[in-house]
Design a protein around this ligand. Sequence first.
Ligand code: AMP
Length: 395
Amino acid sequence: MSLTCRTLADLPVEGLVVLLRVDFNVPLDDAGAIIDDTRIRAALPTLRSLLKRGAKPVCLCHFGRPKGQVVEALRVDVIGVRLAELLGSEVVKLDESVGPVAQAGIEGAALGSVVLLENVRFHGGETKGDDQLARDFAALGDAFVNDAFGACHRAHSSVSGIPQHLPSAAGLLLEAEVDAFRGVLEDPKRPLVAILGGAKVSDKLAVVDALLDKVDTLLVGGGMAYTFLAAQGHSIGASLFEEQHLDTCRGALKKAQERGVELCLPVDHRVADHFGADALAEVCGIEIPDGRMGLDIGPVTQAAFAGRVTQAGTVVWNGPMGVFEFEAFSEGTRGVGRALAGAQGLTIVGGGDSVSAIQQLGLAGEVDHVSTGGGASLELLEGKILPGIAALSRD
Ligand code: AMP
């Protein structure tokens, strides 16, 4: 797929009601307060641009998993309040996302304000990609802008349905995401290095396979590395292991060899005798003794991975190198994060826990792109066509 979307600059919006799909699915604490408003902040440039160009933006978002029911705790009022604070403009929160109440609310909102519709997942049709619901959303506006990269891998009514019925474009955030991944997937500056980590090898096998067609070097750390090491005949003690994927790991190792891709696995580890925040870290070589589990890459691996990152023309990173939530097993992930921050090449951190790690390190500003979409970025790297992006693609 060519990653080319119609962009906001291409779309006439002056004086129009512009439906804006955003990813405002923010985490809340037990008292219902927003813990992290990064996703709301990420939509501000597009909202400001729409307001400046004289459009009336109407935001659509999902929030949690209400499964087609109205769930009081999943109304988006708390998001509206934070959005108004961040934007410094009035936000008119409506209690519906389709129909006459929404229509009247949009008409009544003053120019210069932003409308926020209710959680789109209160409608069961949303996650089914129901076309009538997409038409009902579309009936509320004159144009559609998608800025919800984190939802683009979903063929949902408010993501890929609305653009079938309205002139549409990518917002500034989605455009930046697509540009960043285009830098990896289409004619990247070489060497192209990918770093994969995280707990489960099963979640990442498809992306490993796809990346082996593209990268020069693939660095594998985290819990997913142990099934690969077992496939090579190493002892992995009590480390994470998915026996049913041994053959696929063997296949990936063979494919790497055939393609001349350097696939680097850990050559040493930080291990513990149990899984817990109180566990003490010991360093061991490539073989993990019985009764020990690998919870982080070791210092030799860390230095080797950092070296590959430093020399890369392009680096993309998805998944921590160990159980970074535990201080004693965070060093491998930190080391990779620091290497990325100091690298000369194009550096992209793709979603989820690697983003939390780079933020915890205070290094998010030092990499070229921090993706807002974990699942979406993995699917892009797998070479999948994301329905939300395909719906905006230039023909
Ligand atoms: P994922 O969602 O697959 O990217 O996995 C992220 C999770 O993987 C984090 O919560 C890490 O604590 C966990 N993880 C990384 N390395 C290991 C490991 N060696 N053993 C157990 N869990 C790990």
